[in-house]
Ligand binder design. Structure first.
Ligand code: HEC
Ligand code: HEC
Length: 469
């Protein structure tokens, strides 16, 4: 077939000028070329609270009502000697992730507290509010719960207060467990906890119902855990910005595990503004390695040009835009946007439930994208992105270098000061649950390519600057 000479010339000139790309899509590698679809999220009024009271309630309070009898706990696990939180009384004898509480039916029980997921270690230092990226949710706990149940039954009579205080706790976790098994250690299914527990509660009085009317599927779309010290800057909660309105009310959702009803919820709700005040008071941890100030200064200028419009100004740390970035602009794994907190029945349930009632109403409003988080203390929050799919900052800022299948040791001191994040090895196939395989649905590591166009030295300087945040 003959091409008309003029058309041929036109084609040649176009190719030469780079007007026609070899791919049949428009060149979209440079995010600057794509129109960025963002929106500024508005703030809602929050209740004020007392920081000290909030801390006390968080680490001693009975917002999770029920659990394992304290005496049985001690005989099974012994006394924990670390007392990292320097707590008093019985709480001094259990790990920081548990509260020994007096339950509504007046017995002493040990239940999980928020710090299971919201405190962790880095370089062997305990950091309050750091998302726990080491917890292992990759096995179904049903058989362990059943063993525990059998043990309780052989130690206490069925109508003893001890066993009665265990029933709602066991029921909650037996319901959650089979539906929240992750593919990998370190990622978190808490979003789905909330959806499952809501499905099992009557929206108005929050009493338990055995049947799940929504038929929640087994599939788990995992997340990382955002650092608590970021919340003071945010206008909405969660990676997808779905949590709007009264934050105190949204974050008491953990209580749904063992809650009796809405009258108990009202009591807990009164304490949560204090917890919010405490969370907002938390500082970000400072980087412990050495920082090259010259490079950091150069990196700051690179940040200002390439990153500040979404993550906030480097000159005024309080100037944070609360920007929500559409899925098509950010390009990161889309699965979270369409699951869990965006589950249609959950949205409808939540937004008509006890939680949505004024004067301290909370609402879940699902949108198509992710919020650009503040980067305070970002050196400590590896792995990166909402699903923890990228092990280091250097990999995040150079997408072609991101490992597709990677494995870390989960040792708290196995930290890479150069690339900033966790040390890891790259594998060719998924070996075990310590391996992160980015080809699994929801575990993808694509998108957020804003660092790709930087030169090696620009990237190094930028990372040096990020250490100072
Ligand atoms: C089983 C783990 C787990 C437990 C227990 C847990 N959380 Fe969370 N929390 C998460 C995860 C995961 C997210 C992020 C979910 C998302 O953004 O989609 C989160 C998000 C949050 C946020 C929003 C942070 C932000 O920047 O958007 C707050 C606040 C919070 N949790 C407070 C609490 C409090 C208070 C408790 C205890 C009453 C608690 N959480 C218990 C896992 C947990
Ligand atoms: C168009 C807005 C936008 C620009 C520009 C941008 N980011 Fe982001 N960034 C986001 C969004 C949105 C997320 C959350 C994406 C997700 O988790 O899926 C994010 C996530 C991150 C994270 C992960 C945080 C964590 O703890 O997981 C880091 C680190 C980060 N960005 C650094 C940067 C740096 C450095 C630059 C400049 C080179 C930059 N970003 C440019 C929007 C942006």
């Amino acid at each position: 077939m003959k091409t008309h000479p003029q058309i041929k010339n036109l084609l040649l000139i176009s190719l030469y000028l780079g007007l026609i790309s070899c791919k049949n899509t428009i060149q979209t590698d440079d995010p600057q070329l794509v129109e960025e679809k963002t929106e500024t999220l508005p703030a809602a009024t929050q209740r004020n609270g007392n920081i000290e009271k909030g801390y006390d309630y968080l680490v001693n309070g009975n917002y999770v009502d029920g659990g394992i009898p304290f005496s049985l706990w001690l005989s099974l696990r012994g006394e924990n000697s670390s007392n990292i939180l320097k707590r008093q009384g019985d709480n001094a004898k259990v790990g920081y992730q548990y509260n020994v509480v007096t339950t509504a039916n007046n017995t002493r029980a040990v239940g999980a507290n928020c710090l299971n997921c919201h405190a962790s270690y880095i370089n062997n230092e305990f950091v309050m509010g750091l998302g726990n990226s080491t917890f292992d949710f990759s096995t179904d706990q049903t058989s362990n719960l059943n063993l525990l149940d059998a043990l309780l039954k052989s130690n206490y009579s069925l109508n003893s207060p001890e066993y009665q205080a265990f029933i709602p706790y066991k029921r909650g976790f037996l319901t959650i467990s089979p539906l929240t098994v992750t593919e990998t250690q370190g990622v978190n299914p808490a979003d789905k906890y909330a959806a499952i527990l809501a499905a099992h509660r009557n929206p108005t009085d929050l009493t338990w119902r055995d049947n799940d009317p929504w038929g929640i599927p087994k599939e788990v779309i995992p997340t990382d855990v955002p650092a608590w010290w970021l919340l003071k800057k945010k206008n909405t909660m969660f990676y997808t910005g779905v949590g709007t309105g009264d934050f105190s009310r949204i974050m008491m959702a953990s209580s749904l595990v063992s809650l009796q009803d809405s009258s108990q919820a009202r009591q807990i709700d009164q304490r949560f503004p204090d917890v919010l005040a405490y969370i907002k008071s938390l500082p970000s941890p400072t980087y412990k390695g050495s920082i090259d100030q010259q490079k950091a200064t150069e990196g700051k200028a690179i940040y200002e040009v390439n990153c500040s419009r979404c993550h906030g100004s480097s000159t005024n740390k309080n100037d944070y835009p609360n920007l929500f970035v559409s899925l098509e602009s950010i390009g990161t794994d889309p699965a979270l946007v369409s699951t869990n907190f965006a589950y249609p029945q959950l949205l409808e349930w939540y937004n008509t439930s006890w939680f949505s009632k004024p004067p301290f109403a909370a609402k879940l409003i699902a949108k198509q994208g992710y919020i650009a988080p503040p980067l305070d203390g970002v050196w400590a929050t590896a792995p990166y992105l909402h699903n923890g799919s990228v092990p280091t900052l250097e990999d995040l800022l150079n997408s072609s270098q991101r490992p597709k299948i990677w494995k870390r040791t989960f040792n708290f001191n196995d930290y890479d000061f150069k690339k900033v994040g966790w040390n890891y090895e790259t594998l060719t196939s998924k070996k075990d649950t310590k391996t992160y395989d980015t080809s699994i649905k929801g575990y993808g590591n694509q998108g957020h390519i804003y660092g790709d166009k930087l030169s090696v030295s620009e990237r190094t300087n930028l990372i040096e600057y990020l250490k100072t945040l």
